[in-house]
Design a binder for this molecule. Sequence first.
Ligand code: HEM
Length: 264
Amino acid sequence: MSLERKDEYDHGEWMKEKDLTPVESVFLTTLVWMDRRFRIVDYLEILETLYYRVNLQMPKSHTEQYNLDNKFWYWYPLYALGSFSTIAYVVAALSGALLGFYYAPGTEGDPSLAYNQLAFIMTDLNFGFMLRSIHRWSAQVMVAAVFLHMLRVYFTGAYKEPRELNWIIGIILISLTMVFGYTGYLLPWDQLAFWAGQIGVEMSLSIPLAGEWVAKLLFGGFSLGASTLQRMYIIHVFLLPFVVTTIIAVHIAIVWIQGIAEPH
Ligand code: HEM
């Protein structure tokens, strides 16, 4: 296809004939100018087709379609909880990446560096308090949203055939969301973090036979120190972001392919 575009008529003349308002003619002139250079009308049409294709997969309002007005879990906004979880996750990921510029997990023998960095972020860094708050809040909102999303899926029976696999992927996601929360909770290395870590070690040790091995693997020993923090840090900022982002993408792709569940 040739990139050159042939004009069948003069747009200037055409606009004069149509007696357009100044706003309309500025809009049209800009559109024609852009279209001649970048073929934007073609691309807008592609976008429009894509929009309608994607929306074919979007849920119709079940409450309207099946007269479910009095059934709480079919209430339409609750179908947005999955997207709400995704948005909370994206906000947490972005604010976390920014926090990463200022946080450090501490060194062997001196895990208190983490706490000092936190103190710096909270008191000295411009917008640091806000950044940390956004990260903490979005993380907590995500946990709540994911849990409510799971309730919605359960009470509308959306986990049934053919969506069993996405339910199982969801179980993995909610578990990883909690691991995200726990590893992040330990990073400030304050009293809350330390004692939450201690509980984690004790819980690991209570596992029959494999307890000591698990405690060493996850916490770097039976007492907490720099190696614990290093492990939590790598899990939180390196492993989980890649794993969870991939699994969320697969989860949403499956929803897109299967469409939203009809009421059972
Ligand atoms: C990070 C966590 C999660 C994210 C970002 C997420 C995202 C989404 C999104 C955007 C949808 C589209 C429909 C909707 O929003 O309701 C969806 C549907 C679904 N989710 Fe999740 N989800 C997560 C966790 C879970 C959990 C914990 C479960 C269950 C154990 C689950 C099971 C499902 C199922 C079965 C569907 C299909 C529902 C239907 O067809 O009506 N998801 N998810």
